[in-house]
Design a protein around this ligand. Structure first.
Ligand SMILES: [Zn+2]
Length: 359
């Protein structure tokens, strides 16, 4: 059976930059873009050219070799033509391969945040996508608040997505901007969008982790048919973070529920570099790595010695859901808490310290 291709889209440099306390310099962005590019990510989103000096400087050159370099920005404003919109001009002039437009897809936000009519918003989506395509860039549209918008007004949310697709967007990305959607809802709504006329191989998912389910929501979307997954390194992002690509990638590559049906641009050999990639990124941020991070954390394959020790030595796979080498991590056997406590009590006794009994 030929496998279907899934595309990985990294937004560490754009949405990840919303993390409190994180502010990338141009040099940081260049280094991170290279790391992602060499690792095998398909799309590297770099920020908002024209919106601030760092991003404008970053987009003066193409910063990736294999990955597509993506500029992010708003659709054109209502009431001005595409050719007279300075924001759109900055996106087109940037040295990007692709433009990801953010568009409102919840009628409530169109009215309150944009202050334009529903039809004007659709027209902005159409004209922006057409401008990107005419300038030989790949176009994609992040449909902001898509799942909440769909619950409130399914026809309008779908009209926004369909307008983007019909205008020539390579990808229409369904965003769970507030991060509160549940996997079952993601599955159901993605199914309705596909039934509504947008093929799954033109759909993406952008999930936030506000209920701790950004990874689950991304995987539910894949099961329902989407073929592009957006996320960040180590799950950084505003509030509770974005979908963690460092967790999603090994799952897609190593779990038969996904690996039997899909392939990504990450080879088995690339995958052995993922623990290093995760730690290198923490080092750049000056953060301590999360020991319990799935797949890559220092505790991910650690087992306490004790009743398991001899079985672990004979047959380590019994205690591991995947081989640690597959993700460049290693097996660790730790002295048990009981051993540690016994040593501590022995030390107290040696020093003549009495431990009062609790009775
Ligand atoms: Zn986001």
């Amino acid at each position: 059976m030929t496998k279907q291709r899934l595309y990985l889209f990294d937004t560490t440099l754009r949405d990840g930059q919303q993390t409190p306390g994180i502010d990338f310099s141009v040099e940081d962005k260049i280094a991170i873009a290279r790391l992602l590019d060499v690792f095998g990510i398909d799309y590297v989103e770099g920020g908002y050219p024209g919106a601030n000096p760092t991003d404008t400087a970053f987009f003066q050159k193409k910063r990736t070799e294999s990955a597509k370099f993506v500029a992010f920005g708003m659709t054109k404003r209502a009431g001005v033509s595409a050719s007279n919109d300075p924001g759109l001009a900055a996106l087109v002039q940037s040295k990007s391969d692709a433009i990801c437009f953010v568009a409102k897809s919840w009628d409530y936000h169109v009215r309150v945040a944009l202050g334009c009519t529903n039809e004007e918003n659709l027209e902005s989506i159409k004209a922006s996508v057409e401008t990107a395509v005419a300038s030989a860039k790949e176009a994609m549209v992040d449909c902001e608040h898509f799942f909440d918008g769909f619950k409130a007004n399914p026809d309008y949310a779908l009209a926004c997505a369909k307008t983007a697709f019909d205008a020539g967007a390579r990808w229409v990305v369904l965003c769970d901007t507030n991060g509160g959607t549940q996997p079952s809802e993601v599955r159901e709504i993605v199914g309705k969008v596909i039934a509504g006329g947008i093929p799954g191989d033109h759909l993406g998912i952008h999930a936030h982790d506000d209920t701790g389910q950004a990874v689950a929501n991304s995987l539910a979307a894949v099961e329902a048919g989407v073929r592009q997954i957006q996320g960040t390194l180590n799950g950084i992002g505003e509030r509770c973070g974005n979908a963690n690509l460092i967790t999603i990638i090994p799952t897609l590559s190593l779990k038969s529920a996904f690996a039997d049906r899909f392939e990504t641009g990450i080879s088995a050999e690339d995958l052995t570099g993922i623990s290093r990639l995760s730690r290198a990124f923490d080092e750049l941020l000056n953060r301590a790595p999360e020991p319990q991070a799935p797949y890559v954390g220092s505790s991910a394959f650690a087992t306490k010695a004790g009743i398991h020790a001899s079985a672990l030595a004979k047959e380590p796979a019994t205690y591991e859901h995947v081989p640690p080498e597959a993700v460049g991590n290693r097996r660790r056997v730790m002295v048990s808490d009981q051993g540690g406590k016994a040593n501590f009590l022995a030390e107290l006794k040696r020093r003549g310290i009495e431990v009062p009994r609790d009775d």
